[in-house]
Design a protein around this ligand. Sequence first.
Ligand SMILES: Nc1nc2c(ncn2[C@@H]2O[C@H](COP(=O)(O)OP(=O)(O)OP(=O)(O)O)[C@@H](O)[C@H]2O)c(=O)[nH]1
Ligand SMILES: [Mg+2]
Length: 717
Amino acid sequence: MAVSVESLMRKRENIRNLGVIAHIDHGKSTFSDNLLSGAGMLSEELAGKQLYTDFDKQEQERGITIFSANVSIVYPYGGTDYLINLIDTPGHVDFGADVTRAMRAVDGAIVVICAVEGVMPQTETVLRQALKERVKPILFINKTDRLIKELKLSPEDMQKRFEGYIKDVNELIMKYGEPEFREKWLVNVLDGSVTFGSAYKNWAISVPFMQKTKMSFKEVIELTDSDQEKELAKKAPLHDVILESIIKHLPNAFEAQKYRIAKIWQGDLEGETGKDMVECNPNGKLAGVITKVIPDPHAGLVATARLFSGSLKGGEEVYLVGQHKKQRVQQVSVYNGPKRTNITQALSGNIIGIVGLGEAFSGETICNSDEKIPAFDSIKHIFEPVVTKSIEPKNIKDLSKLIDFLKRVNREDPSLEIKINEETGEYLVSGLGELHIEAKVERALKDDGIEIKSSTPIVVYRETIEGVTPHPVEGKSPNKHNKFYVIAEPLEDSIFDALNSGEIPEESLAKIKTETIEMFINKGLERDEAKKILDVHNKNVLINATKGIQYLNETFELLKQAFRDVCEEGPLAKEPCSKLKIKIMDAELHEDAIHRGPAQVIPAVRQAIRDALMESKPRILEPLQIIRVDTPEEIMGEAMNEIQNRRGQVLNIETEQGASIIKAKMPVSDMFGFEGALKSATGGKGFYSLINVVFEKLPASLQEHTIGKVRDRKGLE
Ligand SMILES: Nc1nc2c(ncn2[C@@H]2O[C@H](COP(=O)(O)OP(=O)(O)OP(=O)(O)O)[C@@H](O)[C@H]2O)c(=O)[nH]1
Ligand SMILES: [Mg+2]
């Protein structure tokens, strides 16, 4: 297998890099099994039952995918071999950042939807993530067997359902796709970009397949109804039908890189490496992104990378752009589920394993050390961490092991934030939800034999302002020789939204360029202000509104540092700040550079910004989840009680054929344990899924109390 993979890596036209994405439980891993079995990597008997890509012990215990898993498959089609680099992604929202990272590595996605549930909230999220990375989708409607056997739908009703689902998916492609691509990327039942089937029973069909084989839908229903599904799987093997759809409708690496690079990399496309990447040139300069890092008992650390240009061999040196470090590659490999097979040389356009990059983190850019390139855009997940737990070792002698573990886990999954509380010495781990922290930190520590004490989950708030500082606020340096005058204002909604949605990508602001300034002006920032943006951090903007202050330009880096410090820890409760516009109005600086160093300027500016915020109606924002609750109609009342008892607000209720869908908005602070409570209130029949996370002003009556609580917890006065 390794030999054929290696030779196939050269044929860029025959490579497909793709991700399997879906709402939780819709059958991604079962589906991936089928493709492995089609390539002879798994027995037909086991296909759909083994869940080869869920090889982690915890995944098997919990029955869900936690880590995205890579597999490279060789598949013969039309007389040639194709190399399919596949990533099976998790569906649980808490592991959504793994999906985001996987989307950087692939060019195409198979959106799996369950024929009973249809398009669910996480279907929308993952499709949106894919389109954001210019990853082209195709659709597989899974669990069709259940429509036939359990729901006993007539062929007409089934068709109606399918039409509805396809329409829903296409609406999402229109909503989230970029104008240049969305129409071309709509899925269509006639051309085979939509397929149907049962991953569990190993069969699939498409219109082109039915035309070719003269198989009818009636036959599918009859074979299913009469328990002859094995027969059906022989006549219409899932892997054959799907691989044809993949090969026909998903782009190869060569085609995809022509339009993807411009979207994910802000460097010069006319430069040497830029051109190499756009052409996916295996003989060009090395450029790639690490999309995953996992510990390996034998190899130390294995990084998964998508190579966009050049090649890589064991023994070669690469430059880690984010870390400003060179490291030597020990081995390169291809993936075979849990196993890796070493190869001599890995080529552009592929997803590969690299051993030896002990300093790498997920999202890191790699290149040749003689041709350093700008980093790829950071891989930003749609949702931010809203839940924190503080942890400490039970036994103080384990402290250094705990610290090492936390550093490592943060490199593996940067959507987990790790901070240390200097007052109390506790480690604070923030994640997307309770399960995120439980599975990736608490459980992993236990497996490593490190015993810890952890707190109950804590909410991460945001700080912002509602008013404008009435007059510039002064901040003085400790030596009194430098003064800064600052005004704070709420950032315009339109700018905030554009930063939030990534329309103005924060990473492109590392160097504020003319195009970036134009983006801000287009979104409604005054030209004078836009031209003087110094920094953007966590959706806060720093503006230098001074005129002709001598030496000020020499302190710009320090101003940014002070601004970033306050963005991370606001004045009310040291929670992160959001939606601020900070303007430096005036300054006085000592003429001697020695007296205006970091130790002088940073505290002065930090203080000026914090004081300005305190004079501008500072407020705490709390995270809320917009959720969808599915429950049978007759027990809808029980579900509503659970929502309303937790400060939840019902936004909408729809009932169809005895099934109710409640849309609600609930504060994260009141949601801990909600899943279990909802299950027990509805006799196991109700469940919920996350649609969105929003931040809103905490009710006035709770402001003081919450600030006090957070400050107490942090040991602040
Ligand atoms: N009846 C039926 N059940 C299926 C089908 N495909 C998957 N399942 C079942 O659905 C459940 C979830 O399947 P998985 O493949 O683990 O789903 P997943 O999308 O990978 O789940 P996560 O990765 O946790 O989001 C399992 O119990 C499967 O056996 C199908 O085509 N028909
Ligand atoms: Mg799975």
